[in-house]
Ligand binder design. Structure first.
Ligand SMILES: NC(=O)c1ccc[n+]([C@@H]2O[C@H](COP(=O)([O-])OP(=O)(O)OC[C@H]3O[C@@H](n4cnc5c(N)ncnc54)[C@H](OP(=O)(O)O)[C@@H]3O)[C@@H](O)[C@H]2O)c1
Length: 233
């Protein structure tokens, strides 16, 4: 762990990655006890305004924002950049939807000039302007690296995996992330929907130990920037 007063900006890696170069960043907002919602699914709001602004600044720095279909169905997010001043920085909005469950009237498909993309297992017609990328599945799952390759082929190389927990976890398990921005709010739920759920390990020395910097926000949340390209094991 690097102390807060010696650390680089949490955006150092993002701003150093030029268009066309590859960078895969994920984010997850959670409580101190690693929860992202109560047992009823209530999640508004775990994190504070500073974390939201940070998320929008990441969106503004990437080519594509990717979510699992579970997030679109649960939250119907816009996935646009609104809380930082960068009106020209609207990344492509991408949903991973292997079995075509996503409602086509979801807000991510609003026609506002940004690219809108469905990643699915089979080809099918899409409404005007919405792109479809086909990634094969094995036992219903797409390999995260195959998803990233499809995005890269579509010209989208700087990618934010925005959620939910299942999607971010699968990208970590696949070794497909460069960075995780983990936004921890100082509250305890004690029950509810867990955040990261990775493949089982049996020994502590098998744990992932990314190089991690911490960045306290004024409103009490703490950002942990975990760099998987520098495992400290
Ligand atoms: N705290 C945060 O920062 C944050 C951020 C975003 C969302 N959320 C919350 O997270 C919850 C939703 O998350 P979730 O974990 O339930 O769902 P999710 O990660 O949003 O979506 C999971 C679904 O996406 C599809 N998918 C994702 N990766 C895939 C892959 N590699 N291969 C095939 N399919 C893939 C699958 O769809 P199928 O089921 O159709 O196979 C999978 O079940 C909501 O409650 C939302 O509020 C929290």
């Amino acid at each position: 762990m690097v102390q807060a007063n010696t650390i680089p900006s949490p955006f150092a890696r993002l701003t150093a990655t030029a268009p066309g170069a590859s960078l895969v960043v994920a984010q997850l907002g959670q409580t101190l006890d690693g929860r992202i919602a109560t047992i009823t699914g209530d999640s508004k709001w775990i994190n504070g305004q500073a974390a939201l602004t940070h998320l929008h600044a990441i969106r503004a720095a990437v080519d594509a924002v990717v979510v699992g279909v579970g997030t679109v169905i649960a939250d119907d997010p816009f996935l646009t950049v609104r809380h930082v001043p960068c009106p020209a920085c609207q990344p492509a909005r991408v949903v991973i939807d292997p079995t075509s469950r996503v409602p086509l009237d979801a807000k991510i498909f609003n026609s506002d000039g940004a690219r809108r993309i469905i990643i699915s297992a089979t080809d099918a017609a899409t409404p005007d302007g919405i792109e479809r990328l086909v990634v094969p599945t094995i036992a219903g799952r797409m390999a995260p690296l195959a998803i990233l390759a499809a995005l890269q082929a579509a010209g989208l190389t700087r990618v934010l995996i925005e959620g939910g927990a299942a999607t971010v976890s699968s990208f970590i398990d696949a070794g497909a992330l460069d960075q995780l921005h983990l936004l921890v709010a100082p509250l305890l739920l004690g029950s509810g929907k867990p955040g990261l759920q990775l493949a089982d390990i049996t020994r502590i020395d098998q744990a992932i130990r990314p190089h991690t910097t911490l960045h306290p926000f004024a409103d009490g949340d703490v950002l942990f920037v975990c760099d998987f390209t520098q495992d400290t094991r």
